[in-house]
Design a protein around this ligand. Structure first.
Ligand code: 5GP
Length: 126
């Protein structure tokens, strides 16, 4: 079910549990600001999620409330992960779903990185 991006942060959401090590993930990168790991149901040959370590429900929450240091750390890390995965030369897509119409299902901000094949001009609205 899509989430309410303005709801209070749920500390028991699945990505909070991954951050606490309660649920395993296939990690690709970690630093002081982010954890990046492979999506459990990949939609492309490369499908990685980058999440902030701090508790933000969505891009809306993060862009309004995160510190400049957190925002810089997150944006730099997303770019770093894409470079480390070799996605820059062939190209890739980054995406953050927000709320109901965006189809966001996990209420902890995450950026999807897709690559490994031509992705077309846009993701399906289906
Ligand atoms: P959203 O629709 O919220 O933007 O995307 C949530 C993503 O999280 C989906 O692509 C889904 O496959 C992924 N996901 C959900 N649960 C887990 C999990 O336990 N582990 C991993 N690695 N990915 C998950």
């Amino acid at each position: 079910m899509p989430i309410d991006p303005r709801a209070p942060y749920d500390p028991n959401n699945i990505f909070a549990r991954i951050l606490r090590g309660e649920i395993p993930c296939n990690r690709v990168y970690e630093d002081a600001f982010v954890l990046a790991f492979h999506d459990i149901a990949p939609q492309a040959p490369v499908h990685v999620l980058v999440i902030p370590k701090a508790a933000y429900v969505s891009w809306d929450d993060f862009s309004a409330s995160a510190s400049a240091e957190e925002i810089a750390g997150f944006v730099r890390a997303v770019g770093h992960v894409a470079r480390e995965l070799g996605l820059v030369d062939p190209g890739y897509r980054m995406m953050a779903n927000v709320g109901h119409d965006g189809g966001q299902e996990v209420p902890h901000l995450h950026v999807h990185l897709f690559g490994g094949r031509g992705l077309g001009r846009m993701i399906s609205a289906g």
